[in-house]
Design a protein around this ligand. Structure first.
Ligand code: PMP
Length: 449
């Protein structure tokens, strides 16, 4: 990569973003009362000097306050995998909130059992409980796993992401031992007191860590999706299940992103048998919702424990969790939007996207790899594709990423700011994918000079 050329292109695209988006730029400059000038500090993770401000969004389209329109492959980093404001969810939300009311009445609705049954049909786990975010689903799953096993530690894969869960902010350090994830903000204690870590695709390391006998649960994505897509090698996931059973450790599959693999995520697609499963974001169709599922046996054992306060302040739950609005939105999303047919369409488009990107990369002889997990495709600046989170982290190239993101955004295409990820929703079209392929090809041509 010619860095001088890349810097010049990046400067050109930054200037173009300023020219195209004066109102977004001014709004950002005026946002002095916000911590970091944004509603949430991660919104500063954007290519260029300021974020584009949202005006409206529908299906696979976003319009910003400057009137620029985008094909949205970011889809809220999966929160909008159902498309923005899909009609069935809009109707369900309007009915629940405006007509019936009672979003926070602290009373159950009949929709919840429908959703529980549907989640069981899709993912296999027998009992379900709700949260508002995937982070909380993970937090509560971890607490339950500790309670039922009586063990203190949680094991995650290096450079995985499971939300702002204290236990998960651990990586494999240069000496091969667990170390705090770089940048961890205000850790409550040394993370190695609460956690163990292994590289994805490394069963030997996992076996060594589990052999200590102090791990309550392995919390993992069946494929890493937050450090590029890192796919499991043949036999790895079966090995994880065998080892967790051997050492009496529970297995929690976090399907928040890997839901892209199909209607029942990787768990159904690959016949996995986790003890617990967590999910968030997409299932609410744009309304905050999350859930965790557990096996019938685990649920019974937990409910039989008189010492666990599961109904008041014992540490599992939130006032708004399972609220009528979130549950109604989740039902509408699963019943009418993210259906089996929708996934088939999304998978087909994602394969088309993958082919387009791969051909362009090959045409330019770039040492990049492309990985796909159903409706989600991502390219990484390494070939062959990294097989661990740490290797994938090392393949990051922030300048190159910024250039590609800005180049695409200036031509009406949004990718997830955190990586080179493109997600399909039920409203994405072949034309959208082909537009991306053409613009991506043009970007590579510019890079080649
Ligand atoms: N789990 C996974 C796999 C995720 O990718 C994320 C967010 N990117 C989370 C959990 C946390 O989701 P949220 O921020 O909505 O709580």
């Amino acid at each position: 990569m010619d860095r001088t050329r890349l810097h010049a292109l990046l400067a050109r695209e930054s200037a173009e973003a300023e020219r195209r988006n004066p109102r977004s730029r001014a709004a950002y400059a005026d946002a002095g009362h916000l911590f970091g000038r944004v509603p949430m500090t991660w919104m500063n993770k954007t290519a260029g000097a300021f974020p584009r401000y949202l005006a409206s969004a529908r299906g696979a389209r976003v319009t910003d306050v400057d009137g620029q329109r985008y094909i949205d492959f970011c889809l809220g980093d999966t929160g909008a995998m159902a498309g923005h404001s899909p009609a069935p969810v809009t109707e369900a939300v309007q009915r629940r909130f405006a007509e019936l009311g009672g979003a926070t009445a602290m009373l159950p609705t009949e929709d919840a059992e429908w959703v529980g049954a549907e989640l069981t049909r899709r993912f296999g786990l027998a009992r379900w409980s709700f949260s508002l975010t995937a982070t909380d689903a993970n937090r509560w799953a971890i607490r339950l796993a500790r309670a039922v096993t009586g063990r203190p530690k949680i094991l995650v894969n290096s450079y995985s992401y499971h939300g702002s869960v204290d236990e998960s902010l651990i990586v494999v350090g240069p000496d091969g031992k667990g170390a705090p994830r770089p940048g961890n903000v205000g850790a409550p204690c040394d993370v190695t007191l609460t956690s163990r870590v292994a590289e994805f695709n490394d069963l030997d390391q996992l076996a060594r860590e589990l052999a200590h006998g102090d791990v309550a649960a392995v919390l993992m994505e069946p494929a890493l999706t937050n450090i590029g897509i890192v796919l499991p090698e043949p036999g790895y996931l079966a090995g994880v299940r065998a080892l967790t059973r051997q050492y009496g450790t529970l297995l929690v599959n976090d399907e928040t992103h890997t839901f892209s693999a199909g209607p029942g995520g990787c768990t159904a697609a690959w016949g996995l048998e986790p003890d617990l499963l967590t999910i968030g974001k997409a299932i609410g169709g744009g309304i905050p919702a999350g859930a965790y599922g557990l096996s019938a046996d685990l649920a019974e054992r937990l409910l039989a424990r008189a010492d666990l306060d599961l109904v008041d302040m014992g540490g599992v739950g939130g006032t708004l969790a399972g609220n009528a609005l979130s549950v109604a939105a989740t039902r509408a999303t699963l019943e009418h939007v993210l259906t089996d047919e929708a996934f088939a369409h999304m998978d087909r488009l994602s394969a088309r996207f993958e082919t387009g990107v791969r051909s362009a990369v090959q045409e330019h002889g770039l040492p990049w790899s492309v990985s796909r997990l159903g409706a989600r495709t991502e390219y990484r600046f390494a070939d062959p594709a990294p097989r661990t989170g740490t290797a994938s982290e090392a393949a990051a190239d922030p300048e190159l990423e910024d250039f590609l993101h800005l180049y695409l955004a200036n031509r009406g295409i949004l990718l997830t700011p955190f990586h080179n990820m493109a997600l399909m929703c039920p409203d994405t079209t072949e034309q959208d994918v082909d537009t991306h392929t053409a613009v991506f090809g043009a970007a590579l041509l510019e890079l080649a000079g």
